[in-house]
Ligand binder design. Structure first.
Ligand SMILES: [Zn+2]
Ligand SMILES: [Zn+2]
Length: 171
């Protein structure tokens, strides 16, 4: 995912339109049990802003994972806006993460970092997914087993307590 920046680094104010539809390299395309093996649609501009490069773009892709509750394979779309400043290697300070050096800018890491920031904490096939029965392991979306309502109520009680506590702490 390299971009030739040789033309715009010479001229302040110069900008470059970027469009591609490309896959993230396999070595970087997995995180948190999600696989980003579909092409990423990336549209935006890269501008030389006083020697720093300003990247503004929209990106859109589909990733695969397993539902955190029922373990069924699932696919989700993720779309987001990217806005990053990229500095030259010799001007880089500790808090400036993205650096360009030479003729090419590799935006693979920028793309992946931005996706991970937006990734939902939980992968759910649907918000109402009932998950697996903790006793028999059946998929409760597909059938209702007879393992007992007692357990289900107990789990629900624990969740309720967590929400109550977090509510108090937040105030
Ligand atoms: Zn599910
Ligand atoms: Zn069961």
């Amino acid at each position: 995912m390299k971009i030739d920046i040789s033309d715009i680094i010479k001229n302040q104010g110069a900008s470059l339109d970027i469009f591609f539809n490309e896959k993230i390299p396999e070595s970087d395309n997995k995180a948190f049990n999600c696989v980003f093996d579909r092409p990423v649609k990336f549209t935006g501009t890269l501008e030389n802003n006083g020697g720093e490069l300003l990247l503004q773009a929209d990106l859109d892709t589909v990733y695969s994972s397993a539902c955190d509750r029922c373990a069924e394979p699932m696919e989700s779309q993720i779309a987001l806006k990217v806005e990053e400043e990229i500095v030259t290697g010799d001007k880089a300070e500790a808090d400036e993460i993205y650096v360009y050096d030479g003729k090419y800018l590799d935006i693979g890491k920028i793309i992946m970092d931005n996706i991970l920031l937006k990734l939902p904490m939980k992968q759910l096939c649907k918000s109402t997914c009932k998950g697996l029965c903790p006793k028999c392991g059946c998929n409760l979306n597909e059938k209702q087993c007879n393992c007992g309502d007692g357990d289900a109520n107990m789990h629900f009680g624990v969740l309720k307590n967590i929400f109550n506590n977090s509510g108090k702490n937040g105030q």
